[in-house]
Design a protein around this ligand. Structure first.
Ligand SMILES: [Cu+2]
Length: 341
């Protein structure tokens, strides 16, 4: 691991001013919000302030600590995603189910983040079975081509993390107002929906059929459209649908747009040897003559990027699907729970 001289100086200055956290002087890989509420589902946002010695960052690996469970990374445009699954040391309760395995490491790969730019990498997860006052360490490996920076130093219990050259980002667990006892994660809370913009009005636009209803275009029949509810502040969401090709010729879903998102990508998710990979299918997806194509959770899906208002259960999301032969199809997706039920 290499740390440049300039970097060392920056840190020394930061240490001098360290009585309070000064975000502007932060040169380490850290969390945007360094506190997490016990037993809450949170968005852990890692900030990468720079590359490695001036080189662009091409890969970011984050090891997840015990007690940060049911983790899901936020996909980023321009990066491939890998989720390494493994066994938890303990088992955790997820809405009544005992869960013993899950994501243990997240990798954003094959990206290109210039040293001149700052970016964030977000992981949704639940802090569970961790006492308030404990700090959870998330060792990070930052890869810039052939240069590797390991942000993995962890202070011993009671030790001082100040002065470390490459500390692992820490999340300090704080007690929740509900005495650390909750039945609902944030996604659940959001479903009760207090205020916020309602996107259901959008379904009135255009000539699309009501939410969830099948739409025919030429030989194609598109049905079963739904999206998953998102956490507050989350800019990325998943969408799903089924396309049946009743014709004699192959067709292809080439692109998707939606007024609810800055961009809609077609994604593939493949799990092999406990590693989940997600990548964008830039060529779209073929639907062979006589075949049915299913976009479903854990498999092919639509990825809504740059979503301005996170989808809430009960909302509807209009989409325009463009097929090579059948042309444009307007569809309305029903927003279900965050679990897609
Ligand atoms: Cu995706």
């Amino acid at each position: 691991m290499k740390i440049s001289k300039t970097y060392g100086k920056t840190f020394a200055l930061a240490a001098l001013l360290s009585a309070t956290a000064i975000a502007g002087a932060e040169a380490h890989v850290t969390f945007l919000d360094k506190e997490a509420t016990a037993e809450a589902t949170i968005l852990a946002t890692l900030q990468l302030p720079h590359g490695c010695d001036g080189k662009a960052t091409t890969e970011v690996r984050v090891k997840l600590p015990e007690g940060f469970v049911f983790a899901k990374p936020q996909p980023k445009a321009g990066w491939e995603l890998e989720v390494i699954k493994g066994d938890y040391q303990k088992s955790y309760d997820n809405h009544g189910d005992k869960v013993k395995t899950g994501a243990v490491e997240i990798r954003w790969k094959n990206g290109n983040l210039s040293d001149d730019f700052y970016d964030t990498f977000v992981i949704q997860g639940k802090v569970s079975g961790v006492e308030a006052g404990t700090s959870l360490a998330f060792p990070v490996t930052q890869i810039c081509g052939d240069t590797v920076e390991a942000w993995d130093q962890v202070a011993k219990e009671g030790g001082d993390a100040h002065g470390m050259k490459s500390p692992a980002p820490l999340l300090k667990v704080v007690a929740g107002e509900d005495h650390g006892h909750d039945h609902d994660d944030m996604a659940g809370m959001d479903m009760t929906g207090k205020t916020g913009m309602d996107m259901s009005g959008m379904s009135g636009m255009g000539t699309a059929a009501p939410a969830g209803e099948a739409v025919k275009a030429g030989d194609l029949e598109v049905s079963g459209g739904f999206a998953k509810a998102m956490l507050p502040g989350q800019p990325v969401g998943g969408g799903f649908l089924t396309v049946k090709n009743n014709g004699q010729t192959d067709d292809r879903l080439v692109s998707v747009t939606s007024p609810a998102a800055g961009e809609v990508q077609i994604h593939e998710m493949v799990t092999k040897d406990n590693v989940m990979r997600m990548r964008q299918l830039k060529e779209g997806i073929a639907i062979a003559a006589g075949q049915t194509l299913k976009l479903e959770p854990g498999n092919l899906h639509l990825m809504f990027q740059k979503v301005k208002t996170p989808f809430k259960q009960g909302d509807t999301v209009p989409v325009t699907l463009t097929f090579e032969k059948a042309g444009k199809v307007e569809l309305v997706l029903q927003v279900l729970s965050a679990q897609g039920k």
